[in-house]
Design a protein around this ligand. Structure first.
Ligand code: FMN
Length: 328
């Protein structure tokens, strides 16, 4: 019997496939559909720092949207702000009553702030874990790399002190010294790192001569970035690693597990196909395991990570060479 269960953040997941934070996990119905289709856990649609803080102040400043973090403003405009916080807590409570799989609440934040108190309310509401989506673009010409990085370390340290449930950080890849940042964060007391968030990209409409949104859905080759970094960090990380971005099929999920991830988030593939695609992906993982004589995820997890390789330098190669790409 093939066993797809895995441990992530100290929780037992019946499958390594987690439905990542997105519109599909914004309602009880959507979450139930994810469970029925074979999700191992769900990450709820994020609530934003600004939303929590505004709600706790009892007032969202009308007409001041442009002064806010744009993404948060759009979220608040589209999803409403009046009782966003209590709606979010209600969803956590209802979901915990209705599904068996772990429920991870997602909070989007930029810095440690008064929203941290909100974490205790999430804990009380029954969330199994919290995923913090911290993604700051290094666009401030006055900020050094070290100053940017220290925001993340301070946040991780604060969280370690205030939380009683596991916390993971979902981060981007704009660090000049990526290995050092990932290593230090993984040993900071957080239970998991989600590698990586896929940021919004602006694009140009060259007929209208204006900005437009880049593609929201990831491509099938985008998994290569998290695959490389999970492979390189997993042997030395002090916490669980969860792969995110570009996982569209079961074979790619297997690659992430071979790199050392303990779970894999899926979003775009479910928008591209449908939620039932989770079942297909689970079957693909199962049949690969059968073919290779593995009964449990632990039997092969991390087997292709850098620290177990006879050729570790290959993981760090960045230049195309004739013999490695075969197209010149
Ligand atoms: C429609 C949509 C909504 C999303 N909303 C959130 C969100 O609220 N919070 C968050 O952390 N990530 C959000 N994401 C990012 C996804 O969780 C995920 O990190 C990203 O899509 C990369 O994974 P994928 O390649 O499997 O799509 C969203 C993605 C999409 C497509």
């Amino acid at each position: 019997m093939i066993d797809l269960s895995t441990k992530y953040l100290g929780l037992t997941l019946p499958s390594p496939l987690i439905v990542g934070s997105c519109g599909l996990t914004n309602s009880l119905k959507g979450i139930q559909q994810c469970e029925e289709a074979g999700a191992g856990a769900v990450v709820l649609k994020s609530i934003f720092e600004e939303q929590i803080v505004a709600d706790s102040d009892g007032l969202v400043p009308e007409g001041e949207g442009s002064l806010w973090h744009t993404e948060a403003y759009e979220y608040i405009r589209d999803y409403g702000h009046e009782s966003a916080v209590s709606r979010f807590l209600d969803l956590v409570r209802e979901t915990k009553k209705s599904v068996k799989i772990p429920v991870i609440a997602s909070v989007h934040c930029l810095t440690p702030g008064s929203w941290i108190e909100f974490i205790t309310r999430l804990q009380k509401a029954g969330a199994d874990a919290i995923e913090l989506n911290v993604n700051v673009l290094s666009s401030d010409t006055r900020l050094t790399g070290a100053e940017m990085e220290s925001t993340y370390f301070t946040l991780a340290e604060t969280l370690r002190k205030v939380t009683t449930i596991p916390v993971s950080l979902k981060i981007g890849y704009h660090f000049s010294s990526m290995a050092a940042v990932l290593f230090r964060l993984s040993h900071s007391g957080i239970k998991g790192l989600v590698l990586f968030n896929r940021p919004f990209f602006p694009d140009f409409d060259i007929d209208k001569m204006e900005l437009m949104a880049g593609r929201a859905i990831s491509g099938t080759q985008e998994y290569l970035m998290p695959l490389r970094w999970i492979s390189m960090v997993s042997g030395r990380a002090g916490c669980d690693l969860c792969a995110s971005t570009g996982v569209h099929d079961g074979k790619t999920a297997v690659k992430m597990l071979l790199a050392g991830a303990s779970s894999v988030q899926v979003v775009s593939a479910l928008y591209d196909k449908d939620i039932a695609h989770l079942g297909t992906m689970n079957n693909e993982i199962r049949s690969w395991m059968e073919q290779h004589g593995h009964q449990r995820i632990a039997d092969f997890q991390g087997h292709l990570r850098q620290s177990e390789s006879h050729n570790p330098a290959a993981y760090e190669r960045v230049q195309f060479m004739r013999h490695s790409v075969g197209i010149e």
